[in-house]
Design a protein around this ligand. Structure first.
Ligand SMILES: [Zn+2]
Length: 355
């Protein structure tokens, strides 16, 4: 079968190759319909991240998938639409993996399909233990590849509400920094929960401002300094901050920006070496005297995938046309390289594998 593979650790080793069909065991077989691409795929193609399955010298990439079951297993019948969970518990397992919280793995020995020690989904088909499949309703087929990135945001949002059980809390307003897929999907979840949302990003044109507006959010295009000033005045109280750019200085601006008892979730992975001068006394005082919380959130477990499916269906009904606009390009498998290129007006790019 055809699959997009890399030789892990080697830059630009990607190719559309003919690889052996997946080992089926007693697993379901899924014909892939579409796979979304993201920054992690780029890092793997650049040779900066990723590892193949033990004993194999290549890795099939791709982790944001939707597909159709062609060999039944467990509760899944032929023809069912599914997506697959990305991370798998470590073999030890640690306390969290043993409790189904592999997104909270303590020892780092977890595996991830398409990323770390397991083949991914940017292939014509894959085999999967039904325990790691998640049902996708028919109406979500065109956007089923968004379940995985939405699951990441579901976790962050769920954690915000769980942490804030520490107090009486009625959040009304949120500020999301970054209007890429994670920022927009975070905005979508917060709007579904009835919040007013400000979306802050550098760009002032292209599809992002319009996408935020489609969700009923207010888009702020400005330099970082303007965010701090606006937060001090125009925006009023900000109960929740979600950082989704990975531009690390913004994380600290957000901590400063949220109101007393506010909470900031950091979801952006900053892989660079940037350092910045920050007013540590001021930030420390703000956090202590205003009972603020700042936390990091990565990955997702089964519960978050299931929440993502439900919320994508609700959002599709509430904002018709939003996902069609957010998926700015769809490329056939043969053009996977073009899909991986970051073009100016890209928000989400999806590779069409089958039908
Ligand atoms: Zn673990």
């Amino acid at each position: 079968m055809r699959a997009v593979i890399v030789r892990p650790g080697r830059a630009a080793s990607d190719e559309l190759a003919d690889v052996p069909a997946p080992v089926m065991d007693d697993h379901a077989v899924v014909d892939v319909i579409a796979v979304g691409v993201d920054g992690t795929d780029n890092e793997i193609v650049e040779g900066r991240y990723g590892s193949g399955p033990p004993g194999e010298d290549f890795l099939i990439i791709g982790h944001e998938s939707v597909g159709r079951v062609t060999r039944a297993a467990g509760e899944f019948q032929e023809g069912d639409l599914v997506t697959a969970i990305v991370r798998r518990p470590d073999p030890v397992p640690c306390l969290n993996c043993a409790n189904g919280e592999w997104d909270m793995c303590l020892n780092g020995l977890y595996t991830e399909r398409g990323i770390k020690s397991r083949h991914g989904f940017l292939a014509e088909r894959y085999a999967e233990d039904p325990e790691y499949l998640v049902r996708v309703p028919v109406e979500l087929e065109p956007v089923g590849a968004l379940v995985e990135p939405t699951s990441i945001v579901e976790k962050a949002v769920e954690q915000i509400w769980r942490i804030q059980e520490r107090l009486a809390w009625e959040p009304k307003t949120a500020l999301v920094t970054g209007s890429g897929p994670v920022g927009l999907l975070a905005t979508m979840l917060l709007r579904l929960r009835g919040l007013e949302v400000y979306v802050y990003d550098r760009v002032s044109d292209g599809p992002k401002p319009e996408l935020a507006t489609m969700l009923g959010a207010r888009y702020l295009a400005a330099a970082e300094a303007d965010l701090a000033r606006a937060a001090g005045g125009d925006l009023g109280d900000i109960d929740i901050g979600i950082e989704a750019t990975g531009y690390s200085p913004l994380s600290f601006t957000l901590v400063d920006t949220v109101s007393p008892n506010g909470i900031v979730a950091l979801t952006g992975v900053s892989s660079g070496t940037r350092s910045a001068q920050i007013a540590t006394d001021h930030l420390n005082m703000e956090i202590v005297l205003q009972n603020k919380v700042v936390f990091g959130s990565v990955n997702a477990n089964r519960r978050h995938f299931e929440l993502a499916v439900d919320d994508l269906a609700r959002a599709q009904r509430r904002w018709p046309g939003f996902f069609e606009a957010m998926v700015t390009r769809r490329e056939p498998l043969i053009n996977y390289r073009s899909a991986l290129e970051r073009k100016a007006d890209d928000v989400k790019v999806i590779v069409e594998v089958g039908s």
